[in-house]
Design a protein around this ligand. Sequence first.
Ligand code: FE2
Ligand code: FE2
Length: 149
Amino acid sequence: METITRALALEHAIYGEVFDQIERILTRTASLAEVKLMATLVEGLLKGHAETETNLAYVALDHTLADRGTVDLLHQDHHEIDAHFERIQRTTDPAEAGRLLQKALGATRKHFRREENLIFPVLEKTLAPETLLALGQQWRETHSAPVPG
Ligand SMILES: [Fe+2]
Ligand SMILES: [Fe+2]
């Protein structure tokens, strides 16, 4: 069984591979519609992930009033990343959209590293091991594909 922080770090790794593929596509000419479609896809993936992190941070905060600054940092990063993706949807210039998407992916990668180095260790220290495992189990249940009947 995985802990929730391990599950989130695995998601980071998988998203990182998706980002590699997108960056490869961006090195050749991509149309405005293509760039926006890729941005929408990444935004959708990150939304559920960020919700899990936010809920987890709230759980941790309920337990102890530990490291408030760490939680603020998490929220601040999430808002900044959202703003990057919103900018892509507003532009009408394909080259600018591509540059903005590259920037958004870079900022997201940086955020992943920050979480793995600073935020997840705090959550692992704050939450009991059985809570980390129970949340990991919850994550597994919400991410399992339904078995066809
Ligand atoms: Fe995050
Ligand atoms: Fe994350």
